[in-house]
Each structure stands twice: as C-alpha cells, then as structure tokens.
Design a protein around this ligand. Structure first.
Ligand code: MRU
Length: 349
C-alpha cells in the first residue's frame, strides 16, 4: 500500500506523526506556522524533501493567518533544522511567491507536486541499477515518509521490484532515532518488499561477506563537487562499500543540491539534544553521570559515491558540476554556513 506523508486538508496541514510510527499511525492537523515549525524541529515530519514541502505549507498557513509579510514566518521555519537544503528551498520558493503577490497555497501545492514528480522520476532513473544487484543496503529512511510520496533511495527499489527484480533490502536500524528500524521497515513491510533490519554496526560484516550487492541512500544536502550530508553513519557505510568493491548510490531531487557550496566542508551539521542518545524509547540506558554527543548528520566525500540518482538520470560525481549551475544561496541560509559548522538544536521533546 502506497504511503503519503502529508497533505493539505481543508485549511490545515495534515501529516503522519513520524515519532510514533510504527506503533501508532496518528495524523496531526496543523493550523499555524508555529505548529509546523515545531513539527519539523521535533521530527514529527522529517526527511529533507518532506521538510521542504511541510515548510512550504507552513508559509501558506502564515499567509492564511493574515500576516502582512512573509519574513517572520520564513525566519521561524529556517531556524528549525540547519542541514536539509530542501527546507531553505521550500521556504524561499513560497517567500518569493508571497512577495510577488501570488497565491501562496497554490505555490505550496505546486512545489509539493514538483517534489513528488521528481521522486517518481528518480525511481524510473535508478531502477535498472538493481536488476542484477538485488541485495541492497539502505540507511535511515529515504522513502515516501521522507519525501511525501515515492521516496528517493526507496523509489528505484519500488520500481525495480515492480519490474520483477527479486530484491532483498538490508535496513540499518539508524540510531539514535531508529528511522531505519521504525520507518523504512514499516514502508517496506506495507509494500511487501522482503527485508531485514540490521544493527548499525552489522553493515560491515554483510558487506565483507558478500551479502550486499549495492548501497543506496538519500541526502540532506549535496555540494557542487558531490560531497554530501546524510544521516549520521552514512560516511562509514560509504567507506566500507568502497573497501569491499560494492557500488554506493545517492538518490536526491534537485531541491537537495546546493549549488552555492563548492564542497562539503561548509555544510552545516545539526547536533541534536544528547537525550536522544542517552535514552532508548524514552528510557535512560546509560549511567546518570554520562554525557553524549549527537551529530544528526555526517558528510561523505564524493570519492565514495559511485553515482547520484537524479530525476534526470544517473550522474557520476565528476559530471555533477556540469549538471548543476552555481546558484545563489536561499535568503537567510547564510548564517548557517560556518565552516565544518555544527549547530545545536534544542531538545526535541
Ligand atoms: O534527521 P532526519 O530523519 O530528517 O534525516 C533524514 C535523512 O538523513 C534522510 O536520509 C535524508 O533526508 C534523505 S530523505 C529522502
């Protein structure tokens, strides 16, 4: 059964609360931009493309609230999470529509359609990669929940399966918030795609013993040279894939490509509250005296990427510069661009 992460429902933004899956399928209905900002910060909605679309609808709610300018709402939304480039693209698209006197809700709906369509095309572009490589590892959740529909990393797998590939997906559990074990496994189970959840530290074993033919992940931000940020733990999987001669693919819509960044060194990396590491399912698992570090993302150098799966085809990192014109960074993103920056988010609960 197909998944839809969020939709517009009679003047409200409806979304599946991703913090509660798979135990509970609860739909939230948000009425204000402040509620949307909170949902993004607490990861009730998450995944770069879905965050961008949710932020777009957040701007539509701000317009509906009768605010005279888009600036305050744009600032609130941009301050939620620093790494996913889609957030800044979504906010800037709607800020521009508002400033030009256009219908902000219509612009948000058009933006959602564009993202969904790009993900559908990623599926078509990448499916062939897995025809003869059916045993696939993925990290985090880069499915419909993370992108509204289809997914990025999961889209080619869906299409490959529909075309008859006998897939088996290894799903990294993805500590600390378990997006793999909770969300990717939920999506694959709904679609009846055979899979096994593995502990985060098991991927090396399966790569070295030949169980895995290919790796595919999503991205939160891709720089012009092909360095990219994704969920913490991606970098080590990429290094292990190369060490073992296994191709490593990164799937993303164009809203994730940040043409203003020459390389990954200045991609801001969000650091979230230590309790996400100190606790598991709300229960403390470490000694009271212990502290934790909790970077939510890491940056993988382009040399570990076999190819990017884009809406317009499979692109080698060396070809990326030609395909990606240098762009102005979206309004307000400038303050996030500290070199090797790690920016803290407040406690998420
Ligand atoms: O912290 P999250 O859950 O928002 O992180 C999500 C990821 O890292 C995904 O892999 C990425 O956004 C790609 S989503 C298609």
């Amino acid at each position: 059964m197909r998944v839809r992460a969020l939709w517009w429902d009679k003047g409200r933004l409806a979304l599946i609360d991703q913090r509660l899956l798979p135990q509970k399928e609860k739909v939230l209905r948000l009425r204000t931009v402040a509620e949307v900002a909170r949902a993004i910060r607490t990861m009730q909605v998450r995944g770069a493309p879905a965050i961008g679309v949710a932020a777009g609808f957040g701007m539509a709610l701000a317009a509906q609230e009768g605010r005279s300018t888009p600036e305050g709402a744009a600032r609130t939304l941009r301050a939620t999470r620093p790494t996913a480039y889609d957030l800044f693209v979504g906010v800037e698209t709607m800020r521009t529509a508002w400033t030009n006197g256009e219908d902000v809700l219509a612009a948000a709906e058009a933006y959602r359609e564009k993202v969904v369509e790009e993900c559908r095309r990623i599926g078509l572009a990448g499916a062939g990669l897995f025809r003869h490589r059916p045993n696939v590892l993925t990290h985090c959740n880069a499915g419909a929940l993370a992108t509204v529909e289809w997914g990025t990393a999961l889209a080619p797998l869906r299409v490959a399966r529909d075309r008859g590939a006998k897939l088996f997906v290894y799903v990294d559990e993805t500590r600390p918030l378990l997006q793999g074990a909770r969300l990717t496994a939920w999506e694959l189970a709904r679609e009846r795609i055979p899979h096994a959840v593995i502990a985060d530290n098991a991927a090396g074993h399966f790569l070295r013993t030949g169980a895995i033919d290919a790796v595919i992940v999503g991205a939160d931000r891709v720089a012009r040279n092909g360095d990219f940020a994704n969920k913490i733990g991606t970098y080590e999987k990429a290094v292990l894939a190369k060490e073992n001669g296994v191709p490593f693919y990164v799937a993303a819509p164009w809203s994730t490509f940040d043409g203003s960044k020459a390389n990954g060194r200045s991609i801001p990396v969000e650091e979230r509250h230590e309790d996400e590491v100190l606790e598991l399912a709300g229960r403390r698992i470490t000694p009271r005296a212990s502290r934790a570090r909790n970077p939510a993302f890491d940056v993988t150098p382009a040399r570990y990427v076999t190819a990017f799966v884009t809406p317009d085809g499979v692109v080698r990192p060396s070809e990326l510069r030609k395909r990606l014109p240098r762009t102005r960074r979206p309004e307000g993103a400038a303050h996030l661009g500290t070199r090797n920056g790690v920016r803290s988010s407040r406690r998420s609960r």
